[in-house]
Design a protein around this ligand. Structure first.
Ligand code: SME
Length: 151
């Protein structure tokens, strides 16, 4: 499978989720569409903000994911804490990386915000390939998240 076509996925997700505003329904649909759109994506899913400083597993595709991530742990926690996209080329070089699968080599994590700008979740995509993600992924994914959750 070639790498993802974000413009095409934009349109697919928009039509699949038209009129839907339930966050979990949107996350489940997006996790499925993203995961099957690109061979680099070996784990694709959401961690939801469920309490101050606390993420809990949301809809995902791939192997078992850990259930709870405090904001002060892992790549997902760093994203939630800072509100910034995290691109980690080598997870072994990231202090505090949480290894849910030993096969994971690199990952990207993006903040998910609602219309008011509040952080509701993070999107975590893990790859078994080293250095799998770049700024084009960050931009394409951020645009889809914005169009889906902040409309
Ligand atoms: N790698 C993440 C943990 C989540 S799992 O890999 C599914 C992290 O360090 O935040």
């Amino acid at each position: 499978m070639p790498q993802i076509d974000y413009a095409h996925l934009d349109r697919t997700v928009a039509s699949l989720t038209e009129g839907e505003d339930d966050a979990v329904a949107l996350m489940a649909t997006l996790a499925c569409e993203l995961h099957h759109a690109d061979d680099r994506f070996d784990w694709t899913g959401f961690y939801r903000v469920v309490a101050p400083g606390l993420l809990k597993i949301g809809p995902y595709q791939g192997g078992h994911g850990c259930l709870v991530i405090p904001f002060d742990r892992g790549v997902c926690g760093a994203c939630a804490r800072t509100g910034e996209v995290q691109i980690v080329a080598d997870v072994d070089a990231f202090p505090g990386h949480i290894a849910c699968a030993s096969s994971t080599r690199s990952e990207i994590v993006l903040p998910v915000r609602d219309r008011s700008g509040a952080l509701i979740a993070v999107l975590d995509i893990d790859s078994d390939r080293p250095d799998a993600f770049d700024t084009a992924d960050a931009e394409g994914l951020a645009r889809i998240l914005d169009a889906t959750f902040a409309r």
